[in-house]
Design a binder for this molecule. Sequence first.
Ligand SMILES: N[C@@H](CCC(=O)N[C@@H](CS)C(=O)NCC(=O)O)C(=O)O
Length: 217
Amino acid sequence: MAKPGEKAILYAFWASSCSWRVRAALVAKRLAFEERPIDIVKKKHHKTESYRAICPSQKVPALVIDGETLVESMAILQYLEETRPQPSLSPATPLLRARMREIVETIVAGIQPLQNVGLRGSFEHEEEYTKFVRSWTVRGLETLEDLLSRTARDRMYCVGDQLSYADLCLVPQVFNAVSRHKININTFPTVSKLYEALLKDNVFAATHPEKVKGGTQ
Ligand SMILES: N[C@@H](CCC(=O)N[C@@H](CS)C(=O)NCC(=O)O)C(=O)O
């Protein structure tokens, strides 16, 4: 278990959007960490009792830091922000923070749970699952396009002039939409412009799933 001052341990799956949020936050905040792969697709490491002892929901991610084990990606991001405020991932004004949370909620409540790989077992046929996850992802992208066209027009980030939780949630979710769900994001011009620009940012380039795939970072 990582004690205060030691390297953090991130339990994560390379293709998981929730894992990418935390991986990117650790890099943005320049924190040393080791990634321990939890395969949630083929080997199903997350279904083991030993992983359940780490994360009761048996989902990724989990982060061991400061001698504690934390679960739920947004709780982890909040903890990192409160314990390591610089560089900040939260805008300075209440209004911009509200705008950031509008985007975050659209993704963490309105898209991610409705396309989670764990839902597959609730559908008899792959096509039903695919139709379901694609429709909720598209609906969420439509919302994001409207929200971001107000907050991010001609800007590099979702909200204001800094990287925030909103960006950390947006990039992994759009990556899923494109790579897993084969959604054409060109119909969402603000989303796609922001996504392409943010992918070039080191925080996302260094933590990209394709870079992490198959091993620890
Ligand atoms: N609200 C949780 C969601 C975690 C979650 O759904 N993780 C997915 C991967 S992105 C997972 O582990 N799915 C496996 C399953 O549901 O069995 C968080 O933000 O950490």
